[in-house]
Design a protein around this ligand. Structure first.
Ligand code: 5GP
Length: 112
């Protein structure tokens, strides 16, 4: 089981913000912004590079879940950033696909 599968199964505690039948949103343990949560599919795709065409509906569901949870967190008006880190240069540290949603402060561009 991956770390995020254990969080989804409540084997590792986390602050869960929202959940659907095939995804879960919970706060990042090391927040990089005043609001920082992750949206994760319950079934592991290691990273976006490994996604298949058959994952397309799930990938769309994850984006909609990111937006709906951001609205729930009060980020609609101020805005937010959605990030997927892929592989070593992308900064991926947990090999289970996840969308970062960051908000509550202005984001810089280009990203570091
Ligand atoms: P990545 O670097 O792979 O894009 O993002 C992994 C994220 O998972 C990091 O932002 C990290 O802080 C978060 N993370 C790692 N371990 C845990 C944990 O046990 N609980 C929670 N809630 N977040 C975690």
């Amino acid at each position: 089981m991956t770390l995020f599968e254990k969080i989804a199964a409540r084997e590792i505690p986390s602050e869960i913000l929202a959940e659907g039948s095939d995804w879960i949103a919970f706060r990042d343990i090391a927040p990089q912004a005043p609001v920082h949560f992750l949206v994760v599919p319950k079934q592991c795709i290691p990273r976006i590079n490994e996604a298949k065409e058959s994952d397309s509906i799930l990938l769309g569901t994850l984006l909609e879940a990111a937006a709906s949870t951001a609205r729930q967190e009060g980020l609609s008006a101020s805005g937010y950033r959605v990030v997927i880190n892929n592989g070593p240069d992308g900064g991926e540290t947990v090999p289970h696909l996840h969308l970062h949603v960051l908000g509550g402060r202005p984001m810089n561009w280009p990203p570091g």
